[in-house]
Design a protein around this ligand. Structure first.
Ligand code: GLC
Length: 542
């Protein structure tokens, strides 16, 4: 039932600091989200995932939690949160919390206590290891760069593990007490009416050995074979699901770093309802910003065929905006944005949308290192400085792997402050350099806008069993065209996507009697040419 709800309605993600600021401090907050619930309901949002709202020093923007039972004062109070859950329910919207339990913040009292006293039981909450003669315990590297081991202050040859920033020490999931703590945290929020959790880098929580890792691609951390998708991780998830999630009819969504399709599928066996992998984000090439249409097609098909309930996303707070990445900027970008949204709604699995994607927002034109807030970007800038790369190359690389581009304030209107914050106030991160048409208010009034199209295509998905629940079968086609059939209860839909920025010959369509349900091109082309980024959805009657 719960998985079906996700498949039918999809999930919309809010990055709270950039969604809506109610008090004018330049940072989004819970009251801001409350003020936009009617907007969210009006576009068809039913499952709302909110990036971390917990108390945090915000060194990794909330993915470093210092108190799992408190709301970050930056975002409001527990009363605000309770109201949010209730008000959302009134609109049939369920709240999904982010859950970050691979690591805590180094400010968390558990870690502080562990540092203060080696005898404390909290030492066992984390992963401390001795090195030898000034050498780290092993060669593992952190996803944010550099060694994954940080020296324990004041203790010779002792280190703690952090697969992310050094302010994010990894929890020790071999300790039953850690399991019990997390179980309690999940129960606490579910009792408040939270629907479920998006579990941050959940594929990495269990470390099965501390041997040296194999060195692989420069962009992937060393040591992954010892901590990605280990049997211990599956056991923990099965237990959590059975003991906390299932009795309350909730959902678990997993972010799975470093897994391939068979590994991902294993997480769907009484563990997660849906998941997302990372292959879809790989543009293949250090400097390549945009994905080749044929690579895009290839990775989509593999994850559709290999994973029974994939989470289909093209944007989130860690990625670049999809327009500019999967489709080219310029003349056809509005058709491109609509095509991508149609794709999300037509694929099998669970569609994920990220704030602003429904408007067709794009990356910043310019974002200097001084205007960046992301730890990954600042780490890369400082690392690359050592290689005497020319400044423009350094910035380009750091910007590509940095994560600021999707984190800009959401534009609700064209007035001063963009309806994100109060007029005259400065946002925490600069506004996008957008045209006056790209905001909620203007797009509401324009029948040909991305937003109006999004409403239509999402409502189609939500009302059509075939699109939300059906099987999928890909048909042979040109390498830049995606063509597939969805089928459910004897009914069939046919979907056709031109993934390229050029006109293409349309493949021969299946069925002798079919009717066009939706297309992103007005008036819909009926002939055998597909315009750049054109997509069509048909019902097949015979
Ligand atoms: C996930 C989050 C990302 C965070 C990282 C470490 O990938 O989406 O924002 O930095 O985990 O918690």
């Amino acid at each position: 039932m719960s998985q079906e709800r996700l498949k039918r309605y999809g999930v919309y993600q809010i990055y709270p600091i950039s969604f809506c600021d109610s008090d004018g401090d330049g940072k989004g907050d819970i009251k801001g989200i409350l003020s936009k619930l009617d907007y969210l309901a009006s576009i068809g949002v039913k499952n709302l995932w909110i990036s971390p709202l917990y108390a945090s020093p915000m060194r990794d923007m909330g993915y470093d939690i210092s108190d799992y039972y408190a709301i970050n004062p930056l975002f409001g109070t527990m009363e605000d949160f309770d109201r949010l859950v209730q008000e959302a329910r009134r609109r049939d919207i369920r709240i999904i919390m982010d859950l970050v339990v691979n690591h805590t913040s180094s400010d968390h009292p558990w870690f502080q206590e562990a540092l203060r006293s080696p005898e404390s039981k909290y030492r066992e909450y984390y992963i401390f290891r001795h090195g030898e003669k000034g050498r780290r315990p092993n060669n593992w590297t952190s996803s944010f760069g550099g060694s994954a081991w940080e020296p324990v202050p004041g203790e010779e040859d002792n280190y703690y593990l952090h697969l992310y920033g050094k302010e994010q020490p990894d929890l020790n999931w071999d300790n039953e007490e850690v399991y019990q703590e997390v179980k309690k945290i999940l129960g606490f929020w579910m009792e408040k009416g939270v629907y479920g959790f998006r579990c941050d880098v959940i594929s990495e929580i269990y470390k099965s050995s501390f041997e040296n890792g194999r060195k692989g691609k420069i962009s992937t951390p060393v040591g992954m074979e010892h901590f990605v998708a280990q049997p211990g991780c599956h056991l923990i998830l099965k237990r959590l699901r059975k003991e906390v999630i299932e009795p309350r009819g909730g959902v678990l969504i997993g972010e799975l770093y470093g897994v391939d399709q068979p590994q991902a599928e294993a997480f769907l066996d009484r563990e997660l309802d849906t998941l997302f992998g990372f292959e879809i984000t790989d543009t293949k090439g250090l400097f390549r910003q945009q994905m080749r249409p044929s690579d895009f097609k290839d990775v989509l098909i593999r994850w559709q065929e290999g994973v029974s309930c994939n989470g289909n996303y093209l944007e989130n707070h860690d990625q670049h905006r999809s327009v500019g990445k999967y489709v080219q900027r310029g003349r056809n970008e509005v058709s491109g944005a609509k095509m991508l949204l149609t794709l999300l709604c037509a694929l099998k699995g669970v569609p994920f949308f990220y704030q602003g994607e429904e408007l067709g927002l794009v990356d910043y034109d310019r974002l200097s290192p001084e205007e960046s807030h992301d730890v990954v970007r600042s780490f890369l800038e400082s690392l690359l400085r050592r290689f005497a790369l020319p400044g423009f190359l350094r910035h380009r690389l750091a910007r590509k792997f940095g994560r600021d581009d999707a984190r800009g304030p959401m534009p609700f209107s064209g007035i001063d402050g963009y309806g994100f914050t109060l007029p005259g106030r400065k946002p925490w991160q600069k506004f996008y350099e957008i045209s006056p048409e790209r905001n909620v208010e203007r797009e509401e009034r324009d029948p040909s806008s991305v937003l109006q199209y999004f409403r239509k295509v999402l409502s189609l998905r939500q009302s059509d069993d075939v699109l939300s629940l059906g099987t999928i079968r890909f048909l042979p086609s040109d390498k830049e065209i995606l063509s597939f059939l969805r089928e459910y209860g004897g009914e069939r839909r046919y979907a056709l996507f031109n993934l390229s920025n050029r006109s293409r010959k349309a493949p021969v369509l299946p069925g002798s009697r079919r009717s066009l349900i939706l297309s992103n091109i007005y008036p819909a082309e009926k002939n055998s040419t597909l315009l750049p980024y054109e997509c069509r959805l048909y019902r097949i009657d015979a």
